[in-house]
Design a protein around this ligand. Structure first.
Ligand code: ADP
Ligand code: MG
Length: 336
């Protein structure tokens, strides 16, 4: 057995040398795989490897995290927590779930509840992707809003503690960023040093392009097609995440209903912002903060971002103007 492993290692080493040797003589074509996961289109692209198994590994990992963190998949940690027996005060979850809930609680506190991961009693009343989407009944939104309060929720080790039977969790605002970070860890373990992880617009760049230049990631023009961009961000080894009013939304009687909800009312925030894009090192922070900043509105969000280290923001307001936090200009090239 040992002999076989050694022989296999030798073959691998020889192959690696050959590949690196070959690489010097020709440009490797980027490879990518896509799938519909996490309720969105997921694409992973490798720029310095031709190993399809690594891409398959990424998509598999994505599916595993979805099965752990989704609020709608039966048997996920979040599903189990939300469907606990009345009176249950503590439940054990997987380490990653506990870690992510903790992160969500951190951002809930930081925003004083404008962002709140116990939003489920409200978010589950809206279905933005339904064929004929409806505005929920006002009374049931009021009732839902009374149940949203992150202060009723704590994490101790791998235990999730509830003070109330009404508390239910939705990690939709932060899970994709967390999962992107885990995919990056996996790629680094596999020795990939140049890649882009795109989880439905939640983009995490691993390293830079093989030619040493940053990746150029388009900033979408609100309400236009995917290919219409208002600017480009130059990103190396960082995350870029956008939260906007045009991703999951529907228009009814001239009102645009989108999926970032005010926990106090249950209705979407209407504060003049169209989108918030965050550049950060960890994608979980970019995802968390893009939703946090959206919830806070332009002024408070600018203050918050400028108080944080290595975090930059680009806001688009309803009048089509772009606003940047200090230092964000270094990444942004505005297009006409
Ligand atoms: P996307 O899913 O497009 O990346 P976001 O990261 O901004 O968008 O997250 C929006 C999701 O966050 C909603 O679909 C819902 O699950 C959840 N959510 C909505 N409002 C809030 C809020 N005020 N605080 C925390 N989570 C929220
Ligand atoms: Mg988010």
């Amino acid at each position: 057995m040992k002999k076989f492993a050694l022989a296999a290692a030798a073959v691998c080493a020889a192959l690696t040398v050959c590949l690196t040797g070959c690489k010097e003589n020709r440009q490797i074509e980027p490879i990518s795989q896509s799938a519909f996961l996490l309720n969105t289109f997921v694409t992973v692209t490798l720029y310095d490897s031709e190993d399809q198994d690594i891409l398959t590994g990424c998509l598999k990992l994505c599916g595993e995290y979805e099965n752990m963190l989704s609020r709608t998949i039966e048997g996920s940690d979040i599903y189990r927590l939300n469907h606990r027996e009345p009176g249950t005060r503590a439940m054990e979850v997987q380490e990653e779930t506990a870690e992510l809930i903790e992160k969500g609680l951190y951002y809930s506190k930081l925003s004083e509840g404008a962002f709140d991961i116990t939003i489920e009693p409200l978010s589950s009343q809206w279905d933005f992707t339904a064929e004929n989407p409806q505005v929920p009944d006002e009374r049931s939104l009021e009732e839902g809003a009374r149940k949203v309060d992150y202060r009723q929720l704590q994490v101790e080790g791998n235990q999730v503690i509830f003070q109330s039977d009404d508390t239910r969790i939705d990690l939709g605002a932060i899970a994709k960023g967390y999962i992107a970070d885990r995919l990056k860890d996996y790629l680094l373990e596999e020795n990939v040093k140049s890649a882009v992880i795109n989880l439905g617009g939640n983009v995490l760049c691993v390293g830079e392009k093989p030619d040493g230049q940053p990746f150029r990631i388009g900033l979408r023009k609100p309400f236009e097609g995917q290919d219409q961009v208002i600017g480009v961000l130059d990103i190396s080894d960082r995350s870029m995440v956008t939260s906007g009013v045009y991703e999951r939304h529907f228009v009814k009687d001239g009102v645009n209903y989108h999926h970032i909800l005010d926990p106090k009312t249950g209705y979407p925030y209407n504060n003049g912002l169209t989108s918030v894009t965050i550049v950060s090192e960890q994608s979980v922070d970019g995802d968390g903060l893009s939703t946090v900043c959206f919830s806070l509105g332009l002024e408070k969000a600018l203050q918050l971002v400028e108080s944080l280290d290595q975090v930059y923001a680009v806001f688009i307001t309803e009048d089509g103007k772009i606003h940047t936090s200090k230092g964000a200009e270094q990444f942004l090239e505005e297009l006409p």
